[in-house]
Design a protein around this ligand. Structure first.
Ligand SMILES: O=C(O)[C@H](O)[C@@H](O)[C@H](O)[C@H](O)COP(=O)(O)O
Length: 291
């Protein structure tokens, strides 16, 4: 089939390649003309025959919104837009309504797999009406990993991004657990080769996983991670997971703590620990460290 793909960055560029390898025709548009097959969204839409499927793979928020706004003006009834970026799931209903007003379908799709997806396939979680999903199915089949699993029609519009958001919340907590275990192992003198402990865990253990394999890769590149600063950004998915948990009164202690650990990583000197130190000093005369 033919697909229009908007956004040819780290993810979109590799996805174009994987879909082409499966024998489909992909026309890609990106603001960077060096990456693009066509030079405008108008040209992209003009070159595809209907019903068109356009996969949007641009950053969540403003860039996704403006792409959908533009596509709403260019596409025709029966066409379908897929948002494959990391959009907040609450945006999906809005986008679906905006497009439905013009008879255009909408499917939201959470995509996991990062830079490894080209070779390993991308795990896909999508939401939307069956009729719209069916139009995109050949592309889902091309992108998903080989084997029985790795893709799911999770439910209604929004369900794909909601499932991906929860996946990312789990990702935060798993990474945090490996990181904490690693720090503790590095701290004690009795364990002399932490990297080999991690490597040994890759087989036979309860905690073997792809993230553990990636941790071993990282330790092979830099055994004690000396080259890195202990600073971790977040793209918003962890925050949205915690917000959804609050809205639904679902306790998420591990995921919430892993999000807050990232916030703490960005502080040179913890303001709240200054207050703790000050209070201990006030009530107990405990020593404080001064700058
Ligand atoms: O499944 C995946 O392939 C990842 O989850 C991917 O989507 C991305 O690496 C995260 O969005 C990073 O999220 P943070 O920047 O919030 O860590």
């Amino acid at each position: 089939m033919e697909l229009g793909l908007v956004g040819l960055g780290k993810m979109g560029g590799n996805m174009r390649e994987r879909i082409r390898r499966a024998g489909h025709t992909v026309l890609g548009y990106d603001r960077n003309p060096d990456l693009a097959d066509v030079h405008s969204l108008q040209e992209l839409v003009g070159k595809l025959s209907g019903p068109r499927v356009i996969w949007v793979m641009v950053p969540a928020g403003g860039p996704t919104q403006s792409t959908i706004d533009e596509l709403a003006e260019l596409l025709e009834p029966g066409d379908v837009v897929v948002d494959g970026g990391n959009s907040r799931w609450t945006d999906d209903e809005k986008h679906a309504e905006e497009l439905a007003a013009k008879g255009i379908g909408f499917v939201d799709c959470g995509v996991s797999g990062g830079v490894w997806g080209l070779e390993n396939g991308y795990a896909l979680m999508y939401g939307g009406d069956k009729e719209n999903v069916a139009k995109v199915q050949p592309v889902f089949d091309a992108l998903k990993p080989e084997g029985d699993f790795g893709s799911v029609h999770a439910g209604k519009v929004g369900a794909g991004h909601f499932a991906k958001m929860v996946h990312n919340g789990i990702e935060y907590a798993m990474m945090q657990a490996y990181a904490e275990g690693w720090e503790l192992l590095e701290k004690v003198d009795s364990v002399t080769d932490v990297r080999e402990v991690f490597r040994s865990w890759q087989e036979g253990t309860v905690i073997r996983s792809w993230l553990l394999d990636l941790a071993v890769n990282a330790l092979d590149e830099d055994e004690h991670l000396d080259e890195l600063r202990g600073y971790a950004q977040d793209s918003g998915e962890g925050r949205w997971t915690v917000e959804a948990a609050i809205d639904n009164a679902v306790p998420l202690p591990a995921i919430t703590a892993s999000l807050f650990a990232r916030f703490a990583s960005r502080q040179e000197d913890s303001p709240q620990m200054k207050m703790i130190a000050a209070l201990r000093n006030q009530f107990g005369g405990h020593a404080v460290e001064k700058k």
